[in-house]
Design a protein around this ligand. Structure first.
Ligand code: ADP
Ligand code: MG
Length: 248
């Protein structure tokens, strides 16, 4: 916790970013309150992944300010570490360590980064594996699990670091259709417990159910932002209408 950002979980102010000559984000302004659930959608290449990767400095922004739970992201490595210890992230590809068991995947960072005693880390891991409803898989290896189960492990693994904010980047888009709902259900559970969440997803059912706000990006800008009801029921922007007509 810090002294900036008006108590918001996340503040982005006029954030711009370039990849070489190409401007990928233009004047992005976004404030996320603690406990708020945001869904980000928009066409492929609109900058959604870049935006959320800037939040934990997997990408560096060149202009504007990003403040995560009161800590401003600068090139100060201490700040970057402090921010990363507050922010959990789940990607499309779950990136579990294949040679470690599910339990070991979940205890690795708590033991090595947080210096949590092994027994305590294991108890915490089992707690979160129960939350994602796969405690019985704890001693298996990732390759023995379905894609949906692996993604739930990836979520549990993030939670073991006790993040204050969770970032999701299309966590269901690499999954077979029958496995999507088990992962979305896990995310709904997390939302119901009050986790601050920033989710890039095209799962509009999920957005309607849990989002406090839906954000639509196009060509590196936030072009529309609204409650799910208004966003789906009465989209204002031409690009939003086109996008929704293609995915719904
Ligand atoms: P989205 O997640 O909305 O599909 P991205 O944030 O992945 O969009 O990418 C936005 C744009 O930036 C795309 O045009 C993409 O090709 C480009 N881009 C993404 N990553 C890089 C990179 N590392 N170097 C150069 N261009 C990139
Ligand atoms: Mg993306």
């Amino acid at each position: 916790m810090g002294d900036m950002g008006n108590g918001a979980a996340l503040e982005m102010m006029n954030v711009s970013k370039w990849y070489g000559q190409f401007q990928v984000l233009t004047d992005v302004n976004l404030t996320v309150a603690k406990g708020e659930r945001i869904v980000i959608c928009g066409p492929s290449g609109s900058g959604k992944s870049t935006l959320i990767r800037c939040v934990n400095r997997l990408e560096e922004h060149q202009r504007g300010r990003i403040i995560v739970d009161g800590i401003e992201l600068t090139s100060d490595l201490k700040n970057i570490d402090a921010v990363r210890s507050e922010v959990g992230m789940c990607f499309q590809h779950f990136n579990l360590f294949p040679h470690l068991t599910i339990l070991e995947n979940c205890t690795l960072a708590p033991i090595n980064v947080r210096r949590t005693p092994r027994k305590e880390a294991e108890a915490l891991a089992m707690h979160f594996l129960e939350k994602v409803r796969i405690p019985d898989q704890a001693h298996k290896y990732p390759g023995q699990l379905s894609g949906g189960q692996q993604q739930r492990v990836a979520i549990a693994r993030s939670l073991c670091m006790r993040p204050r904010i969770m970032l999701f980047d299309e966590p269901t888009s690499a999954l077979d259709p029958e496995m999507i709902s088990e992962v979305l259900d896990t995310m709904v559970g997390l939302a119901e417990e009050g986790m601050t969440m920033l989710c890039v997803t095209h799962e509009m059912g999920f957005a309607r159910k849990v989002a406090d706000r839906v954000i639509f990006m196009d060509a590196g800008r936030i072009v529309e932002e609204n409650t799910p009801e208004a966003f789906f029921g009465n989209p204002q922007n031409e690009r939003t209408r086109l996008f929704l007509s293609q995915i719904l």
